[in-house]
Design a protein around this ligand. Structure first.
Ligand SMILES: [Fe+2]
Length: 218
């Protein structure tokens, strides 16, 4: 991977930062944050990770999605990798200094960011992710970063519901990276055909244990 300064011009970084601040979401084009070789490597690594079916989100929301866990931070626990070497190598790729530094510039913060949770979502036809707020899973989630790993699917739009404004509908393409605040409600609409796959990770300036308070079973 090239130096962060080469991924985007300073003008582009400023434009993305402004868009993220103004709208809560920004879509970065394919082949900027991740090269085709890196996408192929992520595909290979994630194929080694076991999959679980998730029908209920952390906040009781309704999902139907297949999830491969890479890094988790359960309530009361600090973030930690799961599922062995494949996950560790995916995290190593994501945490390369230049990539985190580029994200930090787009987030618009001087603080160092860490990945608190990371997972792969596989969504065959009729899969969906119901409306939810990421920060309800972990109050320290600040931004979600979503890398699209598949092409050729239909449906599966990512819809954000910014507070007090019209919904935004995104149709991310292979290799694109969607960055969104963890404070807005959002969903992934049902996939109608093909298989949608994405790598999702949640970034924060906070490195400690998940401070979510569990009032009732989630
Ligand atoms: Fe989400």
């Amino acid at each position: 991977m090239s130096d962060g300064a080469d991924l985007f011009s300073e003008d582009d970084l400023a434009r993305y930062r402004t868009e993220l601040r103004a709208h809560g979401t920004v879509l970065l084009p394919p082949q900027t944050m991740f090269t085709p070789d890196e996408l192929a490597r992520i595909d290979l690594l994630e194929s080694d990770i076991p999959e679980e079916e998730v029908r209920k989100g952390d906040a009781g929301d309704s999902h139907d999605v297949l999830v491969k866990r890479v890094r988790v931070a359960h309530p009361g626990c600090r973030p930690g990798n799961v599922n062995g070497a494949a996950s560790a190598q995916i995290i190593e790729l994501l945490e390369r200094r230049q990539r985190l530094s580029t994200l930090g510039k787009i987030f618009g913060s001087a603080s160092e960011y860490v990945i608190r949770r990371c997972q792969v979502h596989r969504m065959p036809p009729e899969s969906f992710v119901g409306i939810h707020v990421d920060a309800e899973s972990d109050p320290d989630f600040e931004f979600a970063v979503i890398l699209q790993l598949a092409r050729g699917f239909e449906g599966g739009e990512f819809v954000v519901y910014p507070t007090g404004r019209n919904p935004q509908v995104f149709r991310p393409t292979l290799g694109s990276v969607l960055i969104t605040t963890c404070r807005f409600r959002h969903e992934v609409r049902p996939v109608r055909a093909g298989v949608r796959r994405s790598l999702v990770y949640f970034c924060s300036g906070y490195t400690g244990a998940n401070r979510r308070i569990m009032n009732s079973p989630a």
